[in-house]
Design a protein around this ligand. Structure first.
Ligand SMILES: Nc1ncnc2c1ncn2[C@@H]1O[C@H](COP(=O)(O)OP(=O)(O)OP(=O)(O)O)[C@@H](O)[C@H]1O
Ligand SMILES: [Mg+2]
Length: 264
């Protein structure tokens, strides 16, 4: 059975999508069969993996609608094979925004993705869900599907505040739909030379000692360039520090399940 990781933070631009693709590629390079799932109507993950959402016949939107309407569907037809061996993508497109607004109308919508992935689960070792920057229906659906939530936190001043709100939601999801959900924090865009960055990292480690992962991701302009080429950093610039850091993070996640400990 695949381990499912939701990559979530309601704060925008904290490296959710970058982490989903880069970590997915690093896990695949480590021999894992990996599926990355785009759950954002911006479709940034789809584009960063090298696909044009407007050119795709069907996406996750069609799967969710079929599941709601109890119509048959073929998930394999919608999966995109990336240039990285062992890494597949379930793409999204802009129609996801419209569907998301209506999701609340369907009782049990939180379980739709779990049902969709259920049949494919044995095919993968890891499934990573790229969540939108909100605490909306799609995020609740992702958190209800996942074994663990990985929270990228940008090392800047308000990081800890936003995390408290997200962790309340995680607790609510545990109570309602997913009691076993665990959580871990990944500091991102860390700049060793910046005093605020060092201070915020310290705050995160002090404030959430059980949850902050051992590895962090430093600031690296190569990570900004990679999406334009539709390649993960480990392919675009494999010798950069960021690529090494994502490889190290993949090793940590694989080796140490206890790093995604439950918040108490
Ligand atoms: N470690 C890093 N160093 C420098 N730039 C980075 C780093 N990680 C991500 N970025 C850049 O920061 C921007 C935001 O990253 P990304 O799109 O992954 O964030 P996000 O949390 O998915 O955003 P959104 O909330 O809009 O979905 C992108 O331009 C990305 O290339
Ligand atoms: Mg994103």
């Amino acid at each position: 059975m695949a381990r499912v990781l939701a990559i979530s933070n309601q704060k925008g631009g904290v490296a959710k999508t970058t982490t989903c693709l880069s970590l997915g590629a690093s896990l695949a390079a480590a021999g894992q069969q990996v599926l990355v799932v785009d759950l954002d109507s911006q479709a940034n993950l789809t584009m960063a993996a090298g696909f044009d959402p407007d050119q795709l016949d069907e996406t996750i939107v069609d799967l969710l609608m079929a599941e709601i309407e109890e119509l048959p569907y073929d998930l394999d037809m919608i999966l995109c094979t990336t240039t990285v061996e062992g890494l597949q993508l379930l793409p999204a497109d802009v129609r996801l925004a419209g569907l998301e607004r209506r999701l609340y109308e369907y009782p049990g919508y939180e379980y739709l993705l779990k049902k969709i992935l259920h049949k494919k689960n044995p095919d993968y070792d890891m499934i990573l869900l790229d969540c939108p920057p909100s605490l909306s229906a799609l995020t609740l659906m992702a958190l209800s599907t996942a074994d663990e939530v990985l929270i990228p936190a940008q090392c800047e001043y308000y990081a800890a505040k936003g995390l408290e709100r997200l962790l309340e939601i995680v607790e609510a999801v545990r109570e309602k739909t997913n009691p076993a959900l665990s959580a871990a924090i990944l500091p991102t865009m860390y700049d060793q030379r910046n005093r605020i960055c060092r201070m915020v990292l310290n705050q995160l480690q002090q404030g959430f000692p059980e949850m902050v992962l051992d590895h962090l991701i430093g600031i690296d302009t190569k990570l900004r360039e990679a999406p334009a080429l539709g390649e993960p950093i480990t392919v675009y610039a494999p010798n950069t520090r960021a690529a090494e850091q994502y490889n190290a993070l993949a090793a940590e996640i694989l080796e140490n399940h206890k790093n995604t400990r439950k918040v108490v």
